[in-house]
Design a protein around this ligand. Structure first.
Ligand code: ZN
Length: 303
């Protein structure tokens, strides 16, 4: 169809553009984007499409009626399609929060990986697709001076609504390439566990740790559905061996190690998350307040 006939039938076709990255093989403009409201992207959000095919996902991401999009789509064979220019605000995050920011769409670049999702057996991500994801993240981080620790999962920023990318996503591989905040997960062992329905000061302290890490979690001292969703999202990303929403010793120790690693990284580089204000306890203060695993086993944390 020519542009003349487009005008004639009144259809509005999104303008094409040049890909932002040399890695882009194809540009397929989506009409679903808006103004970044003066913000600059300083984060990358990874998703999976959870649809039967990449073609179906691409169709949906370009359909004005769906009102969703992403900047990039990475196919199983590693091909990269760009849908929205990076300087525009794509609609991939939805209602979301991380580290004080409530409008993640305005400050992030969204990357969708073609993947059928958990409903379809949750297969591993193909090697070529992971290699392309690593290359694209590094390219964006370098061009835009985005801190490695600002590469996040959709489920990190919307834990009660989203579960992508799946627990199979190889965050350790990305960490080897210098992408993401990562520590080797503390092994899962038997021991005390905190779970839905519990309440008390120890739950409040636990919630504070997750909130300081970045999750949108109100400190209530009750381990309710929101806390469980956050713990599940944390495990999916940082302790994928067991994603059950129960805060066991391995989960808590892994979280503490990540806070310590991030704190060390921030002393080496100022390209970090915003400094907590004076009313927020520092991660070090809260970590100091959390008993170590030996103390947990003695039951001090169990009330
Ligand atoms: Zn998503």
């Amino acid at each position: 169809m020519t542009s003349k006939s487009m005008q004639d039938d009144g259809a509005k076709q999104p303008e094409t553009f040049t890909g932002d990255s040399p890695l882009v093989k194809e540009v397929r403009p989506s009409p679903n984007h808006g103004d970044r409201k003066g913000r600059q992207p300083d984060a990358i959000i990874l998703h999976h499409t959870a649809m039967a095919s990449g073609e179906a996902a691409l169709e949906r991401l370009c359909d004005p009626a769906s009102e969703v999009s992403a900047h990039y789509l990475i196919w199983e064979d590693g091909r990269i399609t760009q849908l929205v220019p990076e300087h525009r605000r794509a609609w991939h995050a939805g209602r979301s929060y991380w580290g004080g920011e409530r409008d993640m769409n305005s400050v992030s670049i969204g990357i969708e990986l073609v993947h059928p999702g958990p409903e379809a057996g949750d297969p591993p991500y193909p090697e070529a697709q992971i290699a392309a994801t690593i290359a694209l993240c590094l390219d964006i981080m370098n061009r835009r001076s985005i801190s490695p620790i600002r590469v996040l999962a959709h489920s990190d920023i919307a834990p009660d609504r989203k579960d992508d990318p799946s627990a199979h996503f190889p965050w350790a591989r990305l960490a080897d390439a210098g992408i993401g905040l990562y520590v080797p997960p503390v092994p899962v062992t038997d021991g005390p566990r905190y779970e839905s329905g519990e309440h008390g000061q120890h739950i409040e302290t636990l919630q504070s740790l997750f909130a300081i890490f970045g999750f949108g979690l109100t400190i209530t001292n009750l381990y309710g559905v929101k806390t469980e969703a956050v713990v599940r999202a944390f495990q999916r990303h940082f302790r994928p061996a067991l994603v059950d929403g129960v805060a066991d010793g391995s989960t808590i120790e892994t979280l503490k190690a990540l806070l310590a690693a991030r704190s060390g990284a921030s002393m080496r580089s100022q390209a970090e998350v915003p400094t907590p204000d004076s009313t927020t306890p520092s991660p070090e203060a809260v970590v100091a307040d959390i008993p170590d695993q030996t103390q947990v086993q003695r039951g001090r944390w169990l009330n």
